[in-house]
Design a protein around this ligand. Sequence first.
Ligand SMILES: Nc1ncnc2c1ncn2[C@@H]1O[C@H](COP(=O)(O)OP(=O)(O)OP(=O)(O)O)[C@@H](O)[C@H]1O
Ligand SMILES: [Mg+2]
Length: 494
Amino acid sequence: MNNIDTQPSAAPVIQALRSIGYNAQTAIADLVDNSIDAKAKNIYIEFEYSVGNGFIRIEDDGTGMTEKELQKAMTIGSKDPRTMRKKDELGRFGMGLKTASFSLGKRLSVLTKKDGIVSERCWDLDYVSDVDKWLLYKYIPDDVKVKMGDIDSDNGTIVFIDLLDRFSGTGTHKVLKKESYYAKVNRIQKYLEMVFHVMLEQGLIMKINNNMLHPWNPFLEGNSRVNEGEEQIIRVNKKFVKITPYVLPHPSTFNQTEYKNAGGIKGWREQQGFYIYRESRLVSFGDWFGMFPKDVPSELVRIKVEFTNTADDDWKIDVKKSTISVPDEIKEDLKSIAKYYRQISQEIMLYRTKTMKLGQRIKGTLNTWELATDDIKSAYVLNRTHPILTEVLKTVDDKLRKKLNVYLKLVELGSPSNLLKTDNMVKKEEQEIDDKSKHLIIEYAETLLSVGVELDIEKLAETISMMTGFEGIEIYTIKKILEREVINDGSSNS
Ligand SMILES: Nc1ncnc2c1ncn2[C@@H]1O[C@H](COP(=O)(O)OP(=O)(O)OP(=O)(O)O)[C@@H](O)[C@H]1O
Ligand SMILES: [Mg+2]
């Protein structure tokens, strides 16, 4: 015999498996992947705080498992990563259930029901370490079972993790305080709202401690002010990658809440970059992969890149589903697409950040409407240099161009805001407005300035006047308030 069967020893392998680099967010997301793979429509996650022994419980109404399936599922390496996975399937390595759970706590109990038949298993790492053998409990200890509860319908699964030494310091000398614990839970919620936003938008119900999760869409899809770039499909090793670029509107066009929300978990500047999706599940976000710096003028660009699980090898997806590596074959394509949209972002940012003279025409912005102001009148005019319009005008003959221009003039004249705010928008008398609105104006201006948007006072007042909630307040009034309360030198500021 030339070979020797060399079994890994249980105790040290367990310790190593606990440390493959999950954090609480990626671990929970990996467990949610399993519920989604099991076709769950409802996923309820519960985090129970207790200094002695809190727990994490994930219940789903997916297909559940037979006892045989569960036994296999609890095995470290339950499936060969090289086997072909179903379309849409998020699993790959046959590891996640175990590794993600062990990164949080020392005991994993799974209760599952398939067609009304209940099965259970439990890994207790203290026991595995003691006996130094991969001995899996057939039954969940009674005290745990009480906390786990039952599965109401005929199919579903409860994954229960306790002895949370890693997650909350249970049994160590660094037990998390209650506030920090729930702050952590809150961050997990935000993370899941981002990573699973597509599924949430498609109707998946997910709750954490009874709070409903709401999808966070990085591209603000559905917001008409977002510029969606041209979709491109590129082949990498015979597999398709879909790329859709988005350029968000200028920050000053958001109200405070919208602005904060659009910034996501890391804030506007950090969230720029590529968003890589594998089977509609976000695996990497806000990253230029070393191609570009994350500068403020480019912060409006977010580029969606979608690949399928058949391309896992090309993208080198990891067990945690949180890092990938961009295949060399498409690096150049991605770079040139990003470069183009970064320029658009820079233009939008620049237009708003430059000190503008009154009535100055703006070239090359993507805003369809602009406010043209002179000393007595102001009106909204169409941006005749909008890239799309320029493109269209190039392709039509003279006759059609003239007709189109007449039509656009009519659209301008008939613009609802031009009809409402007839002459004399530049009033010389300040309106009386209530304190709440006044306060909001000040707060909003301060937010804009604090994020480093450099606007002169006219532009600032104009921007605020266009916000919903400030209708009916004249620019002159807003300007006066700003002069008094926000900007003391009465001119531009930083
Ligand atoms: N909530 C669940 N409902 C039904 N089956 C599940 C559930 N969780 C896990 N399973 C089963 O257990 C198996 C093992 O899960 P595990 O997460 O360890 O590996 P995987 O999902 O196949 O791959 P990966 O390591 O990439 O996550 C799954 O393939 C699935 O068959
Ligand atoms: Mg899995």
